[in-house]
Write a protein that binds this ligand. Structure first.
Ligand code: GLN
Length: 505
């Protein structure tokens, strides 16, 4: 394997600045790695070989010209990235993991993609995901499951399992995910990588195929805290094309990632997120990480967020309600698949035949749930009540942040489970997101950082940090502190302990 795929994004940027490697070389090394291992991992749904190499060449040319003109290139110019297949990229197939969008090529770039391109970041291709981002394992993808590079018999998490698996398999140093209930953080935890859900409204939703519009948040995936921060900075910031975008300066995330000083930082351990139902190895690594932060000078206290226990049921009313409205646009007339259009069927029949054939079981389940929750006579009892719970959860956070700067918990109750293990049990699958959902409901910033391997299965454990709205910098501060303290123990980041993948092609 080429050495270049083992480098962090920051190191690759340095190699290009100093003229030791070109973006074309770096991009080609990652394309070769994808060709070698993605047969086994299946992180990608589409690899844009030509497009990526053309982007890389353009950055190299720009760098040559900049040497003469003195122009500064963006910090990540020329670094390759994997993009979750839920964000539009002009002319590149985008499916959101669904058959209903098979063959659709978006006519425009999402804001995230526009910013990636403006920063000279090279998009290698689109990554696998649960259909319309509904799921925790990528098993709901219409295009097959992604495998966890730590153990190919296990799921990589979801919905953005493809993005996290791609960086964990060294197919890309960076990836973009989207987090509605945990879809960046949970796959991050399961693959031994960093996953950050920025503050809701801190990154633009324009061109993101909507799951639940009041929760969806694009964010960075990387193997190190600094790389995640660099990517965060490249994509974040106000966008007039998204009505919920926050018009404030981007928090100083890169600075925080470079300076992981937690002395005096007040950290609250959420009492309700742990204990019964949590895997012992997950709890052990979590508590050791808390201990480590205490040694580094953080003040740790226990904090109670009593309404968090209602977060999961509230989420599974709010999310399906919004999803059922958002997915109504897939009517066979405007995008992708059309079934039964033979001149004899009515438009209504074509729509229903298309939706029957084009949507998978989990999508149908949530459309039915959401349509029911919004129906007249039930609206107040379900959707209305869930919105009230949402307010109570936001108040729990506000109260907690009066006492502490950040909150922490395990990222997930367990480590990555076996493929097939929970696919027939939706409730067991939903429970993956117990720790991550509250931050989505409140719009907080939150992230998962690798904190070790569970003794019983040797699989990665994620340390979850939650910070107030627009204090995303605090996540990186804690992540950086943990990363450097653990690197001393481990001799590198957790990913260096991952088993070598067998080259299949
Ligand atoms: N696993 C959660 C769900 O199935 C979260 C999904 C997400 O964040 N997109 O809804």
């Amino acid at each position: 394997m080429s050495d270049l795929t083992r480098k962090t994004a920051a190191e690759l940027a340095e190699l290009m600045t100093s003229g030791q490697a070109s973006s074309v070389e770096i991009t080609q090394a990652h394309l070769d790695r994808i060709a070698a291992v993605d047969g086994a991992v299946h992180a990608f749904l589409h690899v844009d070989t030509e497009g990526a190499l053309a982007q890389a060449k353009a950055v190299d040319d720009k760098r040559t010209a900049a040497k003469k003109s003195g122009e500064q290139l963006s910090p990540l110019a020329g670094v390759p990235l994997a993009l979750k297949d839920v964000l539009t990229q002009e002319g590149v197939p985008t499916t959101a993991g669904s058959k209903i969008l098979e063959g659709w090529k978006p006519p425009y770039d999402s804001t995230v993609v526009k910013r990636l391109k403006a920063a000279g970041i090279v998009i290698l291709g689109k990554t696998n995901m649960d259909e319309f981002a509904m799921g925790s394992s990528t098993e709901n993808s219409a295009y097959g499951t992604t495998h966890n590079p730590w153990d190919l018999a296990r799921i990589p998490g979801g919905s953005g399992g493809g993005s996290s698996a791609a960086i964990s398999a060294y197919e890309a140093p960076l990836a973009i995910g989207t987090d509605t209930g945990g879809s960046i953080r949970q796959p991050g935890a399961f693959t031994g990588t960093v996953g950050v859900k920025p503050t809701y409204g801190g990154t633009s939703r324009y061109g993101l195929i909507a799951l639940a519009s009041s929760l969806d948040t694009p964010g960075p995936c990387a193997r190190t805290t600094l790389d995640a921060a660099l990517l965060h900075e490249a994509i974040a910031g106000y966008d007039p094309m998204d009505s919920t975008s926050i018009n404030q300066p981007v928090p100083a995330v890169v600075e925080a990632a470079r300076n992981g000083d937690v002395a005096g930082l007040r950290i609250g351990v959420v009492k309700e997120l742990g204990g019964e139902g949590y895997q012992s190895g997950v709890e052990a690594r979590f508590h050791e990480a808390v201990e480590l932060l205490t040694k580094l000078g953080a003040e740790v206290v226990e904090v109670s967020c009593p309404h968090f226990e209602y977060a999961l049921p509230a989420y599974y009313l709010i999310l399906p309600s919004e999803a059922s409205s958002n997915l109504a646009k897939f009517d066979a007339m405007r995008y992708g698949l059309r079934v039964g259009d033979d001149g004899t069927n009515s438009a209504e029949t074509v729509t229903s035949l298309t939706r029957e054939a084009g949507f998978g079981a989990e999508v149908k389940r949530r459309i039915i749930l959401g349509t029911h929750a919004l129906s007249s006579g039930y609206y107040d009892a379900y959707y209305g009540q869930a919105q009230k719970v949402r307010t109570l959860i936001a108040r729990d956070f506000a109260k907690a942040y009066e006492q502490v700067d950040v909150l922490v918990s395990p990222a997930t109750p367990t480590t990555a489970f076996a493929i097939g293990d929970r696919i027939d049990d939706p409730i067991a699958m939903y429970k993956n997101d117990l720790c991550t959902i509250p931050s989505n409901l409140a719009g907080n910033a939150a992230a998962s950082f690798p904190c070790g391997l569970a003794d019983e299965d040797g699989l990665p454990v994620g340390f979850h940090v939650m910070a107030p709205v627009m204090r995303d910098d605090l996540l990186y501060k804690v992540g950086a502190a943990l990363e450097s303290a653990l690197a001393e123990q481990w001799g590198g980041v957790l990913m260096t302990k991952a088993p070598e993948l067998e080259v299949t092609r």
